[in-house]
Design a protein around this ligand. Structure first.
Ligand code: NDP
Length: 248
């Protein structure tokens, strides 16, 4: 398996922290050329510097996935610099604990903009380039266990991840005969910066279980993604549900 990713160009959104950052490190170790994007460019530059000898394997770009023109421009820049994109990992995401009755429109819009529209902007701009390159392609969407069952306190977030599951299933049917795989990673609780956006302490205290059970680390999620990416052409890992044992 060692060389499977060696000539691949892999575009990872949300690489400045958490799962994305861990994944970038693992992919670089496997010899891939990684395009790491996020809004916090300073964090991406630090990540690049920390890779020492392997800095040639990482290209960092500032990108807000909610701005379609910027996604379009950055994808064009990457194609000009790297020739093609083989793998897209839609990892950027935000999560706000809140109750529907509180009508927190700004939080709802932020989740829809990043978790739904951001994913569409990236797939919409990158998929045509994958098809044009005629190379095997792979789109990995970071869903959640909230993409397969609902969680109170996370109704809108749950909705965005159900969207990802529906989108991925239908997209898979459209592109599987064109040598493109679509994988959903349905991750359970992991300690990252994701929870830090929620300001409604009462709702977090009532519904968030991550402070009460042993949770996953970003390493298990990164390794799940790598497992899907390392499959030979005749094997497609369509989804992986990975959770702390006590979460289900
Ligand atoms: P983090 O908060 O650590 O990482 C989120 C990443 O998304 C950051 O790199 C952030 O970068 C990026 N991001 C947010 N908004 C934008 C934007 N508008 N444009 C570009 N990038 C953006 O959390 P995680 O690593 O936990 O989250 C990664 C994914 O995993 C998310 O999709 C999340 O829903 C999913 N997930 C997480 C779980 C958990 O328990 N942690 C469980 C299940 C799924 P920046 O701010 O620099 O732009």
């Amino acid at each position: 398996y060692n060389n499977i990713l060696a000539d691949k160009v892999i575009f990872v959104t949300g690489s400045s922290s958490g799962i994305g950052e861990e994944l970038v490190r693992d992919l670089v170790l496997l010899g891939a050329k990684v395009v790491a994007v996020a809004r916090r460019i300073t964090r991406l530059e630090k990540l690049k510097t920390s890779l020492e000898d392997a800095t040639g394997h990482i290209l960092v770009k500032k990108l807000d996935v909610t701005v379609e023109e910027d996604v379009n421009r950055v994808v064009k820049e990457v194609i000009a610099e790297c020739g093609h994109i083989d793998i897209l990992v839609n990892n950027a995401g935000v999560m706000y604990f809140t109750l529907v009755e509180k009508y927190t429109l700004a939080d709802w819009n932020a989740m829809l903009d990043v978790n739904v529209k951001g994913v569409l902007h990236c797939i919409g701009n990158i998929l045509p380039t994958m098809l044009q390159s005629q190379r095997p392609g792979h789109i990995v969407n970071i869903s959640s266990n909230a993409g397969v069952r609902p969680f109170a306190g996370l109704a809108v977030y749950t909705g965005t991840k159900y969207f990802i599951e529906g989108l991925s299933g239908a997209l898979r049917q459209e592109v599987s005969d064109k040598n493109i795989k679509v994988t959903c990673i349905q991750a359970g609780d992991i300690k990252t910066e994701l929870l830090s956006h929620s300001t409604d302490k009462e709702v977090v205290d009532k519904f968030d279980i991550s402070g009460k059970i042993p949770v996953l680390t970003t390493k298990e999620i990164s390794q799940s993604i790598v497992f899907a990416l390392l499959q030979p052409n005749h094997s497609a890992v369509n989804s992986i549900l990975i959770e702390p044992p006590l979460a289900s």
